[in-house]
Design a protein around this ligand. Sequence first.
Ligand SMILES: [Zn+2]
Length: 223
Amino acid sequence: MYPSHLIYKSLLQREPLFKGETKCVFCKSPAPKNLKKVIKNTFTDLDYLQKGEGVCEACEFVLTDRKENSVRKMSAIFHEKGFLRFTALELADILFNFPKEIEPPFFFHLSYSKKKHLFFKGKVSFNKEEFWIQTDEGGFYFEPHRWKNVFKDIQNLYSIPEKEKSKKNPKTFFTKEEILTLNPNPRKVIEFGIEEFFTIKKRLEKVKNTLEYNMLVYAVRPK
Ligand SMILES: [Zn+2]
């Protein structure tokens, strides 16, 4: 199943109609000869295009959607019965407590920039225990149970020290930038606890610089 077909169904609650004398450059479905009309000069992901001279109804719908809440401007899980739009604040909960009401197949669309089209880079998922997440940094299969402890460590580093808790804008032990590099200011390490920090750092070094790690740092909230 091609992501745009599922997105089309999810948003319009009907099947796209595939007809035309050529093939869609994204999904190879039958399409009319409309390539030049649909694909603008601003489209830069030419490497993803297949042979053909058209764009099918489903891909055209996703690509030319200009509404404020168009696909590329939101993070959402698209499925056959509808879609669940989520914010960065809700991401962690969705990742580790996958919404019960969503049945596969689904397309997990996580847009950091809210600018780029991602649908033709991703994959539709058929399993809630291991699913494809498409972000603007890249796509990957995510297995929540394998990342639970990593997220706990990240959460620990991003927790709020006791003395900050009464403040209006409490600071976390480390910033997200420091958690991404794992190279924080030594003063902060002392405050957090040297031994505990290096125990966590040793575990996180193994997964640092991965798309999964970056996503989890993006998702973490101060606690
Ligand atoms: Zn298509």
